[in-house]
Ligand binder design. Structure first.
Ligand SMILES: Nc1ncnc2c1ncn2[C@@H]1O[C@H](COP(=O)(O)OP(=O)(O)O)[C@@H](O)[C@H]1O
Ligand SMILES: [Mg+2]
Length: 267
Protein backbone atom coordinates (compact mmCIF):
# COMPACT_ATOMS: atom_id res chain seq x y z
CA UNK A 1 0.00 0.00 0.00
CA UNK A 2 1.19 3.47 -0.82
CA UNK A 3 2.15 5.49 2.22
CA UNK A 4 1.01 9.09 2.15
CA UNK A 5 3.56 11.62 3.39
CA UNK A 6 1.52 14.78 2.86
CA UNK A 7 -2.21 15.00 3.45
CA UNK A 8 -4.42 18.07 3.05
CA UNK A 9 -7.90 17.71 4.53
CA UNK A 10 -10.34 20.54 3.80
CA UNK A 11 -7.60 23.12 4.18
CA UNK A 12 -8.41 26.83 4.22
CA UNK A 13 -5.81 29.55 4.50
CA UNK A 14 -6.57 33.25 4.78
CA UNK A 15 -4.35 36.26 5.16
CA UNK A 16 -5.36 39.48 6.86
CA UNK A 17 -6.59 41.93 4.27
CA UNK A 18 -5.36 45.44 4.91
CA UNK A 19 -7.77 48.14 3.89
CA UNK A 20 -6.79 51.52 2.81
CA UNK A 21 -8.94 53.78 4.96
CA UNK A 22 -9.42 57.19 3.40
CA UNK A 23 -8.74 59.97 5.87
CA UNK A 24 -8.21 59.82 9.61
CA UNK A 25 -11.38 61.83 10.19
CA UNK A 26 -13.50 59.33 8.31
CA UNK A 27 -11.82 56.50 10.13
CA UNK A 28 -12.45 57.99 13.57
CA UNK A 29 -16.00 59.04 12.73
CA UNK A 30 -17.07 55.44 12.55
CA UNK A 31 -14.28 54.01 14.63
CA UNK A 32 -15.76 50.69 15.92
CA UNK A 33 -17.02 49.67 12.50
CA UNK A 34 -13.76 50.61 10.76
CA UNK A 35 -11.67 48.83 13.34
CA UNK A 36 -13.81 45.76 12.96
CA UNK A 37 -13.40 45.94 9.19
CA UNK A 38 -9.62 46.06 9.48
CA UNK A 39 -9.46 43.25 11.98
CA UNK A 40 -11.87 40.88 10.36
CA UNK A 41 -11.33 41.22 6.65
CA UNK A 42 -9.50 38.18 5.41
CA UNK A 43 -8.19 37.31 2.01
CA UNK A 44 -8.78 33.66 1.19
CA UNK A 45 -5.63 32.28 -0.44
CA UNK A 46 -6.70 28.61 -0.29
CA UNK A 47 -10.21 27.21 -0.12
CA UNK A 48 -11.13 23.67 0.83
CA UNK A 49 -7.96 22.01 -0.50
CA UNK A 50 -7.78 18.21 -0.46
CA UNK A 51 -4.96 16.07 -1.80
CA UNK A 52 -2.36 13.49 -0.85
CA UNK A 53 1.24 12.98 -1.86
CA UNK A 54 2.71 9.51 -1.50
CA UNK A 55 6.21 8.47 -0.46
CA UNK A 56 8.68 8.65 -3.31
CA UNK A 57 6.25 10.48 -5.54
CA UNK A 58 7.36 13.43 -7.68
CA UNK A 59 4.47 15.86 -7.45
CA UNK A 60 4.06 19.10 -9.40
CA UNK A 61 1.94 22.11 -8.47
CA UNK A 62 0.90 24.46 -11.26
CA UNK A 63 -1.39 27.46 -11.56
CA UNK A 64 -1.41 31.14 -12.39
CA UNK A 65 0.33 33.76 -10.27
CA UNK A 66 -1.48 34.30 -7.01
CA UNK A 67 -3.38 30.99 -7.26
CA UNK A 68 -2.03 29.74 -3.91
CA UNK A 69 0.93 27.52 -4.85
CA UNK A 70 3.48 29.07 -2.49
CA UNK A 71 0.91 29.13 0.30
CA UNK A 72 0.44 25.37 -0.20
CA UNK A 73 4.20 24.77 0.08
CA UNK A 74 4.37 27.05 3.12
CA UNK A 75 1.71 24.94 4.83
CA UNK A 76 3.61 21.73 4.04
CA UNK A 77 6.84 23.27 5.34
CA UNK A 78 5.03 24.29 8.54
CA UNK A 79 5.90 27.98 8.18
CA UNK A 80 2.17 28.68 7.73
CA UNK A 81 -0.76 27.24 9.66
CA UNK A 82 -4.17 26.55 8.12
CA UNK A 83 -7.15 28.55 9.40
CA UNK A 84 -9.33 25.50 8.95
CA UNK A 85 -8.71 21.87 8.07
CA UNK A 86 -5.69 19.66 8.60
CA UNK A 87 -2.23 19.42 7.06
CA UNK A 88 -0.46 16.18 7.94
CA UNK A 89 3.22 15.70 7.05
CA UNK A 90 5.17 12.53 7.72
CA UNK A 91 8.88 12.95 7.14
CA UNK A 92 11.77 15.37 7.19
CA UNK A 93 11.17 18.48 5.10
CA UNK A 94 13.91 20.07 2.98
CA UNK A 95 12.39 23.34 1.85
CA UNK A 96 13.65 25.64 -0.89
CA UNK A 97 10.91 28.21 -0.70
CA UNK A 98 12.42 31.61 -1.33
CA UNK A 99 15.74 32.97 -2.37
CA UNK A 100 18.03 33.08 0.64
CA UNK A 101 15.34 31.90 3.07
CA UNK A 102 16.99 29.90 5.80
CA UNK A 103 20.36 31.54 5.22
CA UNK A 104 21.91 33.85 7.75
CA UNK A 105 23.60 36.79 5.96
CA UNK A 106 26.34 37.22 8.55
CA UNK A 107 27.44 33.59 8.42
CA UNK A 108 29.69 32.15 5.74
CA UNK A 109 28.50 29.76 3.07
CA UNK A 110 30.01 26.85 4.95
CA UNK A 111 28.45 27.85 8.27
CA UNK A 112 25.09 28.22 6.56
CA UNK A 113 25.37 24.73 5.12
CA UNK A 114 25.90 23.33 8.62
CA UNK A 115 23.11 25.48 10.08
CA UNK A 116 20.64 24.35 7.42
CA UNK A 117 21.64 20.72 7.71
CA UNK A 118 21.23 20.70 11.48
CA UNK A 119 17.85 22.48 11.18
CA UNK A 120 16.78 19.81 8.72
CA UNK A 121 17.55 17.22 11.36
CA UNK A 122 20.95 15.92 10.27
CA UNK A 123 23.93 15.59 12.56
CA UNK A 124 26.97 17.84 12.11
CA UNK A 125 28.98 14.84 10.99
CA UNK A 126 26.41 13.95 8.32
CA UNK A 127 26.54 17.51 7.03
CA UNK A 128 30.35 17.54 7.03
CA UNK A 129 30.39 14.37 4.95
CA UNK A 130 28.38 16.10 2.22
CA UNK A 131 30.18 19.44 2.49
CA UNK A 132 32.54 19.06 -0.48
CA UNK A 133 29.81 17.76 -2.73
CA UNK A 134 27.53 20.68 -1.82
CA UNK A 135 30.25 23.29 -2.41
CA UNK A 136 31.29 21.71 -5.68
CA UNK A 137 27.76 21.53 -7.04
CA UNK A 138 27.07 25.15 -6.03
CA UNK A 139 30.29 26.25 -7.79
CA UNK A 140 31.24 28.55 -4.94
CA UNK A 141 34.79 27.33 -4.24
CA UNK A 142 36.35 30.78 -3.75
CA UNK A 143 33.38 32.27 -1.95
CA UNK A 144 32.42 29.52 0.43
CA UNK A 145 34.19 31.11 3.42
CA UNK A 146 32.76 34.56 2.70
CA UNK A 147 29.62 35.86 4.41
CA UNK A 148 26.46 35.14 2.45
CA UNK A 149 25.60 38.86 2.31
CA UNK A 150 28.32 39.40 -0.32
CA UNK A 151 26.88 36.69 -2.60
CA UNK A 152 25.03 37.53 -5.80
CA UNK A 153 21.44 36.30 -6.10
CA UNK A 154 22.63 33.58 -8.48
CA UNK A 155 25.17 32.36 -5.93
CA UNK A 156 22.54 32.27 -3.19
CA UNK A 157 20.21 30.31 -5.48
CA UNK A 158 22.96 27.82 -6.34
CA UNK A 159 23.84 27.27 -2.69
CA UNK A 160 20.17 26.97 -1.71
CA UNK A 161 19.47 24.28 -4.25
CA UNK A 162 22.71 22.45 -3.57
CA UNK A 163 22.02 22.29 0.17
CA UNK A 164 18.50 20.87 -0.08
CA UNK A 165 19.34 18.49 -2.92
CA UNK A 166 22.39 16.95 -1.27
CA UNK A 167 21.38 16.66 2.36
CA UNK A 168 19.54 13.41 1.89
CA UNK A 169 16.06 14.93 1.50
CA UNK A 170 12.99 12.95 2.49
CA UNK A 171 10.47 15.52 1.31
CA UNK A 172 11.96 18.07 -1.02
CA UNK A 173 9.95 21.28 -1.54
CA UNK A 174 11.00 23.51 -4.41
CA UNK A 175 9.25 26.79 -5.21
CA UNK A 176 10.33 28.21 -8.56
CA UNK A 177 13.35 29.78 -6.92
CA UNK A 178 15.63 28.46 -9.62
CA UNK A 179 14.54 31.16 -12.06
CA UNK A 180 17.32 33.37 -10.78
CA UNK A 181 20.11 30.95 -11.64
CA UNK A 182 21.59 31.01 -15.13
CA UNK A 183 20.45 28.57 -17.79
CA UNK A 184 23.41 26.24 -17.41
CA UNK A 185 22.81 25.92 -13.68
CA UNK A 186 19.08 25.39 -14.21
CA UNK A 187 19.90 22.46 -16.45
CA UNK A 188 22.20 21.08 -13.81
CA UNK A 189 19.39 21.33 -11.26
CA UNK A 190 16.91 19.56 -13.53
CA UNK A 191 19.49 16.82 -14.02
CA UNK A 192 19.97 16.53 -10.27
CA UNK A 193 16.21 16.37 -9.71
CA UNK A 194 15.97 13.61 -12.30
CA UNK A 195 18.38 11.58 -10.17
CA UNK A 196 15.66 11.40 -7.53
CA UNK A 197 13.43 9.49 -9.94
CA UNK A 198 12.90 6.01 -8.64
CA UNK A 199 14.28 6.99 -5.21
CA UNK A 200 12.39 7.24 -1.93
CA UNK A 201 12.69 11.01 -1.93
CA UNK A 202 9.34 12.73 -2.25
CA UNK A 203 9.61 15.85 -4.38
CA UNK A 204 7.02 18.61 -4.52
CA UNK A 205 7.80 21.08 -7.24
CA UNK A 206 6.07 24.38 -7.95
CA UNK A 207 7.01 25.45 -11.44
CA UNK A 208 5.83 27.57 -14.33
CA UNK A 209 7.82 25.35 -16.65
CA UNK A 210 5.27 22.79 -17.80
CA UNK A 211 7.88 20.69 -19.66
CA UNK A 212 9.86 20.40 -16.41
CA UNK A 213 6.74 19.36 -14.49
CA UNK A 214 5.84 16.76 -17.12
CA UNK A 215 9.40 15.54 -17.29
CA UNK A 216 10.07 15.37 -13.56
CA UNK A 217 6.70 14.66 -11.97
CA UNK A 218 4.38 11.65 -11.80
CA UNK A 219 1.30 13.56 -10.75
CA UNK A 220 0.35 17.20 -10.58
CA UNK A 221 -2.09 19.50 -8.84
CA UNK A 222 -3.55 22.47 -10.68
CA UNK A 223 -4.69 25.24 -8.38
CA UNK A 224 -6.95 27.87 -9.85
CA UNK A 225 -8.47 30.79 -7.99
CA UNK A 226 -7.38 29.30 -4.66
CA UNK A 227 -9.12 25.97 -5.25
CA UNK A 228 -8.16 22.58 -6.64
CA UNK A 229 -9.06 22.65 -10.32
CA UNK A 230 -7.62 19.24 -11.24
CA UNK A 231 -5.33 16.60 -9.85
CA UNK A 232 -3.86 13.57 -11.61
CA UNK A 233 -1.28 12.40 -14.13
CA UNK A 234 1.25 15.23 -14.64
CA UNK A 235 1.06 15.20 -18.41
CA UNK A 236 -2.74 15.24 -18.47
CA UNK A 237 -2.90 18.09 -15.99
CA UNK A 238 -0.32 20.13 -17.92
CA UNK A 239 -2.18 19.55 -21.18
CA UNK A 240 -5.48 20.63 -19.68
CA UNK A 241 -3.84 23.69 -18.16
CA UNK A 242 -2.42 24.65 -21.56
CA UNK A 243 -5.76 24.08 -23.23
CA UNK A 244 -7.54 26.31 -20.70
CA UNK A 245 -4.91 29.01 -21.22
CA UNK A 246 -5.22 28.69 -25.01
CA UNK A 247 -1.53 27.85 -25.36
CA UNK A 248 -0.15 25.09 -27.56
CA UNK A 249 2.89 23.26 -26.26
CA UNK A 250 4.66 19.99 -26.99
CA UNK A 251 4.54 18.18 -23.67
CA UNK A 252 6.06 14.84 -24.43
CA UNK A 253 7.52 13.48 -21.18
CA UNK A 254 10.07 11.44 -23.11
CA UNK A 255 11.61 14.61 -24.42
CA UNK A 256 14.60 15.33 -22.17
CA UNK A 257 14.21 18.77 -20.63
CA UNK A 258 17.95 19.33 -20.64
CA UNK A 259 18.03 19.23 -24.44
CA UNK A 260 15.09 21.46 -25.15
CA UNK A 261 14.75 25.16 -25.68
CA UNK A 262 15.71 27.66 -23.03
CA UNK A 263 12.08 28.39 -22.14
CA UNK A 264 11.57 24.76 -21.23
CA UNK A 265 13.89 24.73 -18.28
CA UNK A 266 13.06 28.07 -16.74
CA UNK A 267 11.40 27.62 -13.37
N1 LIG B 1 1.68 37.15 3.59
C1 LIG B 1 0.61 37.43 2.84
N2 LIG B 1 -0.28 38.38 3.23
C2 LIG B 1 -1.36 38.67 2.49
N3 LIG B 1 -1.67 38.06 1.34
C3 LIG B 1 -0.83 37.11 0.89
C4 LIG B 1 0.36 36.75 1.60
N4 LIG B 1 1.00 35.77 0.91
C5 LIG B 1 0.24 35.54 -0.19
N5 LIG B 1 -0.85 36.34 -0.21
C6 LIG B 1 -1.91 36.32 -1.23
O1 LIG B 1 -2.45 35.03 -1.31
C7 LIG B 1 -2.66 34.65 -2.66
C8 LIG B 1 -1.88 33.37 -2.97
O2 LIG B 1 -0.50 33.65 -2.90
P1 LIG B 1 0.63 32.61 -3.28
O3 LIG B 1 0.38 31.35 -2.52
O4 LIG B 1 1.93 33.28 -3.06
O5 LIG B 1 0.36 32.38 -4.83
P2 LIG B 1 1.28 31.71 -5.96
O6 LIG B 1 2.49 31.12 -5.31
O7 LIG B 1 0.39 30.70 -6.63
O8 LIG B 1 1.62 32.81 -6.92
C9 LIG B 1 -2.20 35.81 -3.52
O9 LIG B 1 -3.31 36.54 -3.94
C10 LIG B 1 -1.34 36.63 -2.60
O10 LIG B 1 -1.41 38.01 -2.91
MG1 LIG C 1 4.50 31.59 -5.57
Amino acid sequence: MRESVVTFQNVYKSYPFYHHVRGVKNFLFDFPRNLNKIQNQQYEALRDINFEVYRGEKFGIIGHNGAGKSTTLGLIAGVLKPNKGRVIVRGRISPLLALGAGFHPELSGKENIVLNGVLMGLTRREVQQKMDEIIQFAELDDFIDQQIRVYSSGMVARLGFSVVAHLDPEILLIDEVLGVGDIRFQRKCVKKMREFKGSDTTMILVSHSLPSVVNLCDRALWIEDHEVRMIGNAQEIAENYCKAAGVEMDLNPQKPVVNTEVTNVIF
